[in-house]
Structure formats: C-alpha cells, structure tokens
Design a protein around this ligand. Sequence first.
Ligand code: NAD
Ligand code: 3PG
Length: 536
Amino acid sequence: MYKVLVADAISDTGLKALYDHPNYVVDKNPGLAPDALKEIIKEYDALIVRSQTQVTADILEHASNLRVIARAGVGVDNIDVNAATKKGIIVINAPGANTISAAELTMAMMLSLARNIPHAHASTSAGKWERNNFKGVELYEKTLGVIGMGKIGSEVAKRAKSFGMNILGYDPYLTEDRAGEMGITKASLDEIAAEADFITIHTPLIKETRGLVNDDYLAKTKKGVRIINCARGGIIDEAALVRALNSGQVAGAALDVYETEPSTNTELLSHPNVVVTPHLGASTVEAQEKVAHEVSEEIIEIFETQTIRSAVNMPHVSGETHKKLQPYIDLGDQMGALAIQLLKEAPDKVEITYYGQLSKENTELITRTIVKSILAQHLGDAVNLINAQHLLKDQGVTSNVSKNPKSKGFASYIELTLYRGEAKANIGATLLNGYGARIVKMNDYRVDVRPEPFLLYIKHHDIPGMVGRVGSMLGDYDVNIGTMQVGRSVIGGEAVMVLTLDKAVEPEVINALTAIKGLEYAQFLELTDEKIPVHN
Ligand SMILES: NC(=O)c1ccc[n+]([C@@H]2O[C@H](COP(=O)([O-])OP(=O)(O)OC[C@H]3O[C@@H](n4cnc5c(N)ncnc54)[C@H](O)[C@@H]3O)[C@@H](O)[C@H]2O)c1
Ligand SMILES: O=C(O)[C@H](O)COP(=O)(O)O
C-alpha cells in the first residue's frame, strides 16, 4: 500500500484514479504549516502540491519514505529539486495541462483593463452610477505585443486575433515561418515597445527575464500602453511599473503574479489603474482536474510499472548501468548549460556525438539531459527529461545524435555543437579516471577545465602579457582565480583563456576586461549548484 499526501487544494475529481486504486491511500491535508509537514512527511511515499507548499531541503530531510513529489501544475519553484534529486526522489509536473486556463485569464485581464470592469463593478455595486468615469478602449485594430510565444503566448495570440488585433510576437525560438503560419508578425522587444498598445508577458522567470520590463524598457514603450502579466512575478520590476503608472507612461496594468506571493505591495495592489488577481491563472475546474488527473496517473505508473512520463529531475539511481552512466548524465547537464550560454541565443540545430566506449552504451538519458539543459535556458520548468526532445522538435530545432567508436584521445568523449544561422558554440568533454569531469574543448579550442560554478571565457590575441593583464584586472575587482587555462590554434594567432573563479562577476568586470588591448571578447559562464554533483 502506498500513502499519498495531498498538501494543497487539489481537485478530487482529478485525483479519482488514486482514490479508486486499491494500492493507494490518499490523505488530503491542505495548508499544513512547515513544522506539521515535517512531522508527518516520513509516513508518505508520494506528495502532491501546487505552488503554495514550500518543499524545502529541511522538510525533505524528514521524508525518509518519499519517492515522488508531484507538482499539479508547471512551476517547481516551490520545490527544492536539487535536494530531492540528492535524496533519490523523482519530481514530476504537468506542463500544458493549465495552458488554456492561463490564456483565458490573460484575455479576461486584457478586457478588464480595456473596459475598467473591476473598478466599474466596485463603483456600481456600491450604489453609484458613474457612466462617465469608466470610458474604455476597444481591442479592435489595436496592436498586442506578446513576449514569450510558447504554449500560453500562442493561445493568447490566437484569441486576440479573433478580436481583430494586430499581433507582434517576440520569442527566441519564434521563426518567421511559424509567425507567418500563425498570422502574426515576428518582432523584437524594442519593436514591441515602440508599437504595442497592449503588452502581455508569457515567458518563464529565468535569469534572462528577471526584470525584463524595467525602467529602461518602460521608457521605450508607447505612452499609454497597457501591460498584462499572468506569467511569473519578477519579470516586471514592480517599483518601475508603479513609477510608470504614476507618470501616465503606462495607462494600466493587469497582474496575476507578483515578485513575492502573497503580495504585500499595497502601492501596486491598490493603484487605481491596476487590476489584480491572486495567482488564479490555473484556478479553473478544468485545469485543476487536468493537472490532478495527469499527476495521479503518473504516480500510479511510477509505482506500478516504474515508468516515468514527466520527470523534472533524474535522481541518482542505483543499478550498474545507471551508476556507470550517472557521471556522464551530469556531464551532459553541464555541457548543455555551457553551450547554450556560449551561443547566447536559441539554437536552430543541435549536434551531439558520443565517441569511444560511451558510443557502445545506451546514451539516451545523456542525450535527454543535454537537450533538457539547453532548452531550460529559455523554457525553465516547462521542459523535463521526458518532453525535452519533443519540445526541441516543437521549437523547430533540428538535431543530430551520432556515435563513433573512435577514441578521440579519451576512453569516452562527448562533443556538443549548437548552431544558430552562422553562429556556432561547441563543447567537448570527458571523464578522466580518478580526476572527474573535464571540459577539453571550447569553441574548437583545446582546453582542460574542470566544470565549476563560475567560469570566465576569454578570446584574445596570442601576445605576451595577456595572462598577467587579465589576472591583475580581476584582482582589481577582488575576484580570485581558481585555475587558468590557455589554448591557441597557432602561435601569435587567436587564443582562448578559460578561468575558474571563486565568485560570479558583474557586467562591469566584463566591460573592464574587454577594454584590455588585444582582448577580443569576455563572457561569464555559470553552472548552478545542482549541476555540480559531489562526484565531479
Ligand atoms: N498565472 C498562472 O497561474 C500560470 C499558469 C500557467 C503557467 N504560468 C506561467 O506562464 C508562463 C508561460 O508558460 P507556458 O506554458 O506558455 O511556457 P512555455 O515554455 O510553453 O513558453 C514560454 C516561452 O517563453 C520563451 N522565452 C524564454 N525566454 C524569453 C525571453 N527572454 N523573451 C521572450 N520569450 C522568451 C520561450 O522560448 C518559450 O517559448 C510561465 O512563466 C508559466 O510558469 C502561469
Ligand atoms: O506554475 C503553474 O502551474 C501556475 O503558476 C499555477 O500555479 P497553481 O497550481 O498554484 O495555481
């Protein structure tokens, strides 16, 4: 008998498969305080949550029997996935099951903003009859900028078109062809700022999108623009938004998500030109049934048939083959993250080659991990190990995975190349017996670098004094160097330097480095903690 704890408000209809199955006991206990959850978690084999329950490392310390954490929804920002992975707990989610509900809320928010519905309702229900106070605007023939043309952004664009809106879409993966098929125009962020009457945001909250809509961006928007965010708090800088609302640069904003939730930003929440809801994007009967149904079915599959459909992580597993491949799976994770940072944009082609002994193994899971790591840069939690290759195809990216039994100088070696038009980024890596993971090739230069959290990649002319100048510049900014590697193609030609650092560097350090004579290019690369497992 498996015990399942449902710790947030989850649809009973969606949980039916679990209730009906003789092997499962389901306990519903929404809204547990962290200490209470810590107390009882050891009794459970599976935990189902939405976004409220914080599944911290501290709670997981007590989860001695837990095998699965299911997020009945998309975002796993409330779950310490790294801690779960270390404890061998599978984390699953249900991306896509609440897409329509989130798209429909976005339309409701846009219409509410255009026609002042919440404020007119409050006034009328208070006994007033203020027909002159609530003159709105039509959506018809207005321009809507959609930032993030993934699942929800595309559904919003489709619906907005039926209102006669002109749609501008921005997404690193949006091609002219796909935009043409959807009857929208591919645009840049600046073009959206300059032309849109309404802007709606549908990206994940990732490093690149945090504070995307800030003072600078708002200053570029059309005066009187209306902005909707039903994606994630933090993509809009709330302080900047309040300033723009007060100055009239932004005529109105409709928000479902906030920098911190529950939000206490009263200046924003009570602003007369703002419409707010408490993170209701997925709160419909249908979405809640779908997410609960998807995770219930999957929990049963995991326990009954050991099949995983939607895993966010891949816990370090026992079993000889997995044990042997696990270090390569972790290496693949690091390679994907480094290559996509080097490319700096979404790829249109991915090439992976396994050389030497590894070419004789089943490398499927390594490939999935590499692809997940590449896509996660732009898709965040929406990509998991199971849907990674499917999403890659969906985004119109071609891929080529090949195997070559030749050794390439190492017993096993993986090479990953990403392309975007003429641009290319490439990482070659291996495991050195007794020494762990090594990046041995970067953008076609031979190097020998241990993957560490903070790396600096520099392209420069092979002239005397470069190493010293870079070292002393980093010293000026109090950045300590762990290791330094130089690689060059020919003496006196182009060269690369790869450094491991003790901390992250700010853009001003990169600017200072690029001012060094003979230094062509400097880029800071980061690997998050979960990508650096202990056996490295
Ligand atoms: N309010 C809610 O209750 C609710 C419900 C569901 C989803 N969401 C959120 O909505 C957002 C979109 O979800 P989705 O299912 O459509 O995800 P998705 O992965 O299908 O689409 C996200 C898109 O954003 C694009 N993107 C990444 N970085 C970008 C950038 N810098 N500029 C422009 N586009 C960028 C990606 O390429 C991708 O196509 C996510 O943040 C998700 O967590 C909120
Ligand atoms: O990530 C999600 O799926 C949405 O933000 C919905 O979150 P919720 O399940 O807490 O409503």
